[in-house]
Design a protein around this ligand. Structure first.
Ligand code: IMP
Length: 187
């Protein structure tokens, strides 16, 4: 990242917009340890398959599965929704299909953030066609105020206000995914 974009560790300037740290790397780490323990407990004697929704959830997936003390598998699916904008386009397309056979498997969908719930709702319908034994959802972030679809997030990292965030996998026009904390657009 250009050094002039980073005012200090707590603030990022993106053109005229300022992002401030909302959830630190330490807070994220601590919460993921808790989620990992919960998943380990819930899936004892099972072989779950984590399905990571690209691109945003790659970092969460990577840290989460290290905290899961079970054999598990992973696969990736890529959906489109936001394009390069800060608001959802309202439509979802599959850009990369699953490779694994998930029939009779215990699936845990891994998302970076649930905003309107459109992507999860689309994905749950899609996965159901492959007859998984069960499907649960883990999302690092959830914006409860902007939920519009009838979905349930079983493992929630943090609930956040309806504001645009970047970092820890989340992008703004494909950049800023490599920040280790979550930053929120300041008014
Ligand atoms: P939903 O389908 O409306 O729930 O939106 C989910 C997807 O939108 C996420 O997987 C993200 O890619 C993107 N998204 C939603 N809110 C944000 C945000 O605040 N920052 C970056 N991406 C976001």
């Amino acid at each position: 990242m250009d050094s002039e974009n980073k005012v200090n560790n707590k603030q990022i300037l993106v053109g005229h917009e300022k992002f401030v740290e909302m959830i630190s790397a330490e807070q994220i780490r601590a919460r993921i340890v808790e989620l990992g323990k919960q998943i380990t407990e819930d899936y004892k004697a099972k072989l779950p398959i984590f399905i990571s929704v690209l691109n945003g959830s790659f970092m969460f997936l990577s840290d989460l599965i290290k905290e899961v003390d079970l054999h598990c598998e992973i696969d990736f699916i890529k959906l489109s929704s936001y394009g390069d904008q800060k608001i959802s386009s309202g439509k979802v397309k599959t850009l990369k299909e699953l490779n694994a056979d998930i029939s009779e498997r215990h699936v845990i969908i891994v998302e970076d953030i649930v905003d309107t719930g459109l992507s999860i709702s689309y994905l749950e319908k899609l996965l159901k066609e492959h007859n998984p034994a069960s499907t649960k959802v883990a999302s690092l972030l959830v914006k409860p105020e902007s939920l519009k679809y009838d979905i349930k997030v079983d493992y929630v990292g943090f609930e956040i206000p309806n504001k645009f965030v970047i970092g820890y996998g989340l992008d703004y026009a494909q950049k800023y995914r490599n920040l280790s904390s979550i930053y929120v657009l300041s008014e």
